[in-house]
Ligand binder design. Structure first.
Ligand SMILES: Cc1cc2nc3c(=O)[nH]c(=O)nc-3n(C[C@H](O)[C@H](O)[C@H](O)COP(=O)(O)OP(=O)(O)OC[C@H]3O[C@@H](n4cnc5c(N)ncnc54)[C@H](O)[C@@H]3O)c2cc1C
Ligand code: FES
Length: 261
């Protein structure tokens, strides 16, 4: 699959909370070919500091040729991005990696935590477009109501019912997404698509194993090149050796990788 490097215009910036921001970028070629679960590498400015591009999941694409990125400010790169303005141009490389493999035969269960919710919106939209017979089950978790509420609206616009969980109990279940998952019976033919903190994904994977559900996870690692050219993102493989999170993933069958927690 070919990757495109586009000099893209930021067309919209939405500050969802103090540190969570959604940007809409005009990137027609990337929007046209992107698949749910794939990501882009964004260059942070023209200077060499920070030197490396940063990876972000594609959260939505539109027919107008836009892509959306949802991110939390955690360090220098994301702080730079947070200070960009509408009309500014940034360099975006993508779409990169292997996305989710949608299983049309199974009940879809989308489970996201924090910024891991980002790629699940794109996935939910694609599943809706494919018109699966059974409605997908969506379980989303975040620290607080303020962080989760703006994201729920996006899913509700797709007519997807969301089960919410927050760490502080300010919206939905007070606790973990796995607590909610355990109360739902998706039937034996369940394909779970998960993205979020490592501990959460590991817990979902273990539960899926017990229940004999299939499970795909989107792995987050540090990434330097994003294209399989360095060893920055390697993850131990269950079959021995290593896989590259950037080019073999970031989405893997949960059984393919070793869970070091
Ligand atoms: C495939 C992929 C998709 C991603 N999608 C998103 C997304 O949609 N939205 C989003 O907000 N973030 C996403 N991330 C994480 C994002 O890339 C990092 O938050 C970003 O690179 C941090 O850059 P920085 O320069 O701001 O922070 P840095 O200065 O590089 O680091 C600041 C702090 O954040 C920690 N940190 C850095 N990267 C990560 C990470 N991947 N996970 C946890 N902690 C980290 C560092 O350990 C450090 O403590 C994704 C990562 C990958 C690999
Ligand atoms: S980030 Fe360089 S090989 Fe994956």
């Amino acid at each position: 699959m070919s990757q495109i490097q586009e000099k893209t215009e930021i067309v919209r910036i939405e500050r969802l909370t103090d540190d969570v921001i959604r940007i809409t970028i005009d990137a027609p070629e990337i929007a046209m070919s992107a698949l749910p679960g794939q990501f882009v590498m964004i260059r942070m400015g023209n200077s060499s500091d920070p030197l490396l591009r940063r990876p972000f999941s594609i959260s939505q694409t539109s027919n107008a040729g836009h892509i959306q990125i949802l991110f939390k400010v955690v360090g220098r790169g994301t702080r730079y991005l947070a200070h960009c303005r509408e009309g500014e141009y940034i360099s975006v490389l993508g779409p990169l990696g292997q996305g989710f493999k949608i299983d049309m035969e199974k009940t879809s269960c989308l489970i996201g935590g924090g910024m891991g919710i980002a790629p699940l919106l794109f996935l939910g939209k694609r599943i809706r477009q494919k018109g699966l017979k059974v409605d997908p089950i969506v379980i989303l978790g975040a620290r607080t109501r303020a962080e989760l509420l703006p994201l729920l609206t996006d899913f509700e616009q797709l007519d997807l019912k969301v089960h919410a969980a927050t760490d502080d109990g300010s919206l939905g279940h007070h606790g973990l997404v796995t607590d909610v998952f355990k109360t739902i019976d998706p039937g034996p033919d369940c394909m779970t698509y998960v993205c979020g903190p490592k501990m959460m994904m590991a817990a979902v994977h273990l539960y899926c194993k017990k229940m004999e559900y299939s499970c795909q996870v989107s792995v987050e690692t540090a990434m330097a090149c994003g294209m399989g050219a360095c060893l920055g993102c390697i993850v131990p493989a269950a079959s021995g050796g290593y896989v590259h999170a950037c080019s073999d993933g970031p989405v893997f069958d949960a059984e393919e990788i070793v869970w070091e927690i």
